[in-house]
Design a protein around this ligand. Sequence first.
Ligand SMILES: Nc1ncnc2c1ncn2[C@@H]1O[C@H](COP(=O)(O)OP(=O)(O)OP(=O)(O)O)[C@@H](O)[C@H]1O
Ligand SMILES: [Mg+2]
Length: 605
Amino acid sequence: MRLRLLPPTLVNRIAAGEVIERPAAAVKELVENALDAGATRIDVQTQDGGKALIAVSDNGCGMDREELRLAVERHATSKLPTDDLLNIHTLGFRGEALPSIGAVARLRLTSRPQGAAEAWSLAVEGGAIADPAPAAAGAGTRVEVRDLFYATPARLKFLKSTRSETDAIKDVLTRLALARPEIGFFLTEGERALLKLPAEPLGDAGRLNRLAAVLGRDFAPNALPILAEREGITLTGHIGLPTYHRGTAAAQFLFVNGRPVKDKLLVGAVRGAYQDVLAHDRHAVVALYLDLPPTEVDVNVHPAKTEVRFRESGLVRGMIVGTIRHALAGAGHRASTAMTGAALGSFQAQPVQTHFTQWRPIESRPAPALAEAAYRFQAPPAGFAPLPGMAQPSDFAPAARAEAPLPAPGEEAFPLGAARAQLHETYILAETRDGVILVDQHAAHERLVYEKLKAALADQGIARQALLIPEVVEMEESAAEALLARTADWQQLGLMVEPFGPGAVLVREVPALLGKLDLPEMVRELAEQARDLGDGFALTDKLHHVAATMACHGSVRAGRRLSVPEMNALLRQMEVTPNSGQCNHGRPTYVQLSRSDLERLFGRK
Ligand SMILES: Nc1ncnc2c1ncn2[C@@H]1O[C@H](COP(=O)(O)OP(=O)(O)OP(=O)(O)O)[C@@H](O)[C@H]1O
Ligand SMILES: [Mg+2]
């Protein structure tokens, strides 16, 4: 075997394999160059998903003849003036992107420095660099990449359809555009304009505008601003309310020092932050901007520069989780108001006219007060366990009464108002000073129980209540084994289980908080979870998950009648409970219609 140094064109092609794996990667490199050059407007044109053509034009600083020549040389960069890889302020720093593209495509740079009289153009084809030639062009730079991978047919075969390459390009550009709202970004594929993002003002409002342009108009009313600062690290951005979730994580945007990154640590932190308020298969919508001294983060981890490594990763993670949770807890009562718009929309979509014609004449008397109906069913629901601090069953008014009750004075003054009726044995209708509120009783109660369980866990532990008659629950043998393997954990959660022969367990005590519950169902589900989790699960994280399951089974179900005092007690509890705007699955616990919404609905305004 003879050792030999590889010729530079081959070296570049090998490097290109890492840096430029598809058209979107080339777009990313070229747009980053434009950003580093101080451009305020960047235009990207592609043809055939970037496979035939990628052209990126900017109005940045431009390059003169000599700079053009150097720009396509390997390891030539203007961005590392001090040789310090730990102190990087630009998006580029390796001097690899242009030579890599030049090695696998037909590359042409045309550039004119700001204030210079002439433009120059330089072509690279399959690694061969031609001499710069005079050209006609405005100030700034235009880079054209034609026939990507024509020089590496193997790579060409791996390219996907025009459609999916175009999607990838759009995604890359969108992320860069979110990082820099003060810069205009435009993308056309063939004749079609795919992104039109004019420059926004610097600052928070501009950022939110850009986010809205990307995510849709409904993002802003469903988002919370965040801001945290710790040990030189700043975290800003906007996070979606838990009720505003998506089926994929594609709308999670993370930026570190202005660089879009897809980092596992950050993604995990977002998941952790929302874990309590979002179902497992749903994904939050967030745009997080992390700014920290360049020396605290290593961006030279991945050839595409999309991953970073933090010096203090624990601190960063903790900061993200803490900041998001804090913001969400503070917004508990905003969550579902944001849903109102959609609800209102569906109200208005009714063909009102036809409905009216079908109605029989209305009695002149106002419809019987809804609360009256509610009061007829005042018997406390069997087994509804009032939460500590809630009205006790003995406080309840007599069970049967026909006349509408006078609301307890001042109830309307509470944020969630005075309960007026229970509808379909599922929803609580409450009147507030400024409108009406419709509460999903199960969702709301589930959240309350869950928060109580969590608080008790963190505090002196969950109180247990012995069952008068211990209950035998049957299940699959393997599930029973998994459940019994963790007896101590269940005990901590207030559940006492014992073996009871193959495929069965005996339950002696349950968490006192839960009240009446579907015990066999709950224990079976917990056993399933224990089996799925296997042996090595982190106790605290999963305990919360388990507590959520318990809360679900131990909560007032839909279809159970509630008395007015019970309903009011529930409302009062919601007001003081963190995250009570949504249930543990990220569904809203209540929606709200303001008076002006009502007036709009009825055309009074
Ligand atoms: N659009 C542009 N406007 C002005 N100068 C540019 C432009 N694109 C590239 N350059 C110059 O060409 C040099 C080489 O660009 P290239 O992308 O190959 O490397 P880099 O940006 O320095 O590092 P990286 O490989 O990490 O991207 C840059 O350092 C810059 O000086
Ligand atoms: Mg670059």
